[in-house]
Design a protein around this ligand. Structure first.
Ligand SMILES: Nc1ncnc2c1ncn2[C@@H]1O[C@H](COP(=O)(O)OP(=O)(O)OP(=O)(O)O)[C@@H](O)[C@H]1O
Ligand SMILES: O=C(O)[C@H](O)COP(=O)(O)O
Length: 412
């Protein structure tokens, strides 16, 4: 991807070794600190299974939240969920680099799995710095001697230049795990010039990030069409000179979105193929009504049925469809139709579909048929945004560097 080649588990000898496996099981938790969605945990089962089947002993490392936040919790419950999905025992140790953890790592036998506690208990893990600096951290220096191999399966943390992500690849033979590998090869399709037409369906509330994505799509001339929803659509509607009425303008102002209007105008003037909704579902005094985009009186909450029809027909002809961010306020059942309909059209079309972002993924219904050969559901949030903005992901750079280092070491 982006010219980077990264080693996978097929490129290194991973039999009967002691493996350090960086995963991302950072999960949403409720007010009592209980995990409410274990999809990231489930995603890593395949990589762990493969390592165990190859007679390795596996030490799992992950973060959860950040110090000071409510979701900064121990990984004990995570260990139980990994164990449940793997159907095998997972030892948990409430330590990361201390003598107790190191002793257990040292004595771990082939076929055994150990989960270390939240790696962000080690303050070094919060520092963003280049790999060469992170090689010198206590985390990397204390743990490296116990391992033969480092595998990074944490695509969702690929945008962080932290020691557990970029430090180990410089000192241990390293490779991408199966989740990382799948993400990278699926996302590489986005920048493959041969797969056209490509349609991007961009919605949600992270408008500052999304405008960077659109700027990159223009720079790289990757998108044939960009269909907007959510607050992204409102920004481009204002930039096109539509009158969204005072209430919606106040919301955009409060969220700092109006400051992006000049950038949005510049994109439109440079010929960006951006489509905006022709109608919306709005809320007025608790009631839901449909209004044409030219006559908005309520608060915009979803794209309307005419827009769904136009977007769906465009999506069905695409070779690659990328969906990120919902079309409306999907937390409210009354405003989920827009997101569900564009998802349905994408799944029914003949193109390859990439779905990213927690909200859009949560709009997938259980009865929607998902063909894994043509649908990729990304585990990445921030990492996916950065990737789509055309920026390099430190995790991939470090894995790529590890390969160059190995080639050089073998030659000397
Ligand atoms: N018209 C709208 N007005 C206000 N909020 C909106 C509107 N449309 C969508 N949203 C909000 O956008 C939020 C989701 O956007 P966001 O960009 O965070 O997407 P995401 O897919 O969840 O991203 P990630 O998983 O990376 O955090 C939801 O909380 C939703 O209510
Ligand atoms: O959920 C995420 O985006 C990743 O787990 C990274 O977490 P962070 O934003 O706290 O670094």
């Amino acid at each position: 991807m982006g010219g980077l080649t990264i080693p996978t588990m097929d490129d290194i000898d991973i039999r009967s070794k002691k493996v350090l496996l960086r995963i991302d099981i950072n999960s949403p938790v409720d007010e009592n600190g209980k995990i409410i969605d274990d999809s990231r945990i489930k995603a890593h089962v395949e990589t762990i299974k493969e390592l165990i089947d190859k007679d390795n002993s596996v030490v799992l490392m992950s973060h959860q939240g950040r110090p000071g936040d409510k979701d900064f919790i121990s990984l004990e419950e995570h260990s139980k969920l990994i164990s449940k999905h793997l159907n095998r025992e997972v030892i948990f140790v409430d330590d990361v680099i201390g003598p107790y953890a190191r002793e257990i790592i040292k004595n771990l036998k082939n076929g055994e799995i150990l989960l270390l506690d939240n790696v962000r208990l080690i303050s070094e893990e919060l520092i963003e710095a280049p790999p060469q600096q992170h090689v010198k951290t206590f985390l990397v220096r204390k743990l490296t001697p116990f391992f033969n191999i480092y595998i990074n399966d944490a695509f969702a943390t690929a945008h962080r230049s932290q020691p557990s992500i970029v430090g180990f690849p410089l000192v241990l033979p390293s490779a991408a795990g199966r989740v990382m590998e799948r993400e990278v090869s699926a996302l590489a399709r986005i920048f493959n010039a041969e797969d056209t037409p490509k349609i991007f369906v961009l919605g949600g509330g992270k408008v500052h990030d999304t405008i960077r994505i659109i700027e990159n799509l223009m720079r790289t001339r990757i998108a044939d069409r960009i269909l907007t929803g959510g607050l992204v659509a409102e920004l481009f509607s204002v930039a096109k000179g539509m009158n969204l009425n005072t209430k919606n303008m106040e919301i955009l102002e409060r969220m700092g979105i109006l400051s992006l209007v000049p950038r949005a105008r510049k994109l439109l003037l440079s010929g960006a193929p951006i489509e905006i909704p022709v109608d919306y579902k709005v809320e007025i005094n608790g009631n839901v009504i449909e209004e044409p985009a030219s006559k908005i009186t309520g608060v915009i909450k979803d794209i309307g049925p005419a827009t769904v029809e136009i977007y769906s027909s465009l999506i069905k002809d695409a070779k690659v469809v990328v969906l990120r961010g919902p079309m409306g306020v999907i937390e409210d059942e009354r405003f989920r139709d827009g997101s569900k309909s564009v998802l349905k059209a994408s799944l029914e079309g003949w193109g390859y579909v990439i779905i990213g972002g927690g909200h859009m993924i949560s709009a997938l219904d259980k009865d929607m048929k998902i063909d894994n050969n043509k649908v990729h559901i990304s585990t990445g949030g921030g990492a996916l945004l950065l990737f789509l903005s055309g920026e390099r992901l430190p995790a991939l750079e470090a894995l790529s560097m590890s390969m160059t280092n190995r080639v050089m070491n073998n030659a000397s």
